[in-house]
Design a protein around this ligand. Sequence first.
Ligand SMILES: [Zn+2]
Length: 305
Amino acid sequence: MKGMQNGQPDSAFIRSMQKLKKWLESADKILIGAGAGLSAAAGLSYLDEELFKQFQPEMAARGYRYPYELFERFKENWPPAREWAYNIRHINFVRYEFPPSELYKKLLRVVKDKDFFVITSNCDRQFLRTGFPMTRVFEAQGSYDRLKCIKGCTKETWHIKPFIDKLLPLIDTETFMISDESAIPACPYCGGPLFAAVRDYEEYEEEQNRYLDWVESTIGKKLCILEIGVGFNTPVVIRWPFERLAYYHNHAHLFRVNYEYKEVPGHGGYPMVPKELKDKATPMPYDAKDVIEWLADNLPENNNN
Ligand SMILES: [Zn+2]
């Protein structure tokens, strides 16, 4: 893999890591942006065919290969009973069965004594589950935990766990449908369908403001920006704002950790940085796992943990 030779890090990897380490140690503020690549490095990839066979055997038997392939399944016009069978199984696995990640825990060890903030597009709640203080995490795409009325008649949300408990036993493994349609959640106000709350719910604005206030507090301070596994799925959430922030901030540096998906070798990943950032950004074409583990092993304050 890139950055490694015979299991040992190569010199380019070490050089970038030393630079990142120096910035992490000397910065007043650390901003982390985490995308799907971080959870993939932690073993939870939406392109993983083996994992898919394990937790969605009925869909694998129907010829589907991995979760990402099903992100646009609305085009297939599934009936609600199928949609909910699939969603409940997916969310239960990602949110509750998949264990809290050691890699996220190591990332927390790297930054815990600093003034840090995380913005993430991941909905899997790994930051919550691995002990990150959630006042320092902005889940910019919401999380799997909340359901809201798809018609938007209210900003109220409902936790998904009671629906998981109710619907999981109702999945008919032959038809892969919820066997009792009356159990499918509906909005108590308008009767419309419920769906994952991405934005526009009661607490969202508060969480977003906390993030924006923190970013504002970096003005005049030394800011280390560490972007991990953010591609071009929703670049408007993290990737492009980070580039602008690095460009306009008078004392910031962007480290962009991005590596090709291990399931799709050869595409090369997206570590590139705009030429306008010149010496304000460092592309890091390495696996997030290698980067975080190196930091956890090499930052002196972490050696006793
Ligand atoms: Zn409603």
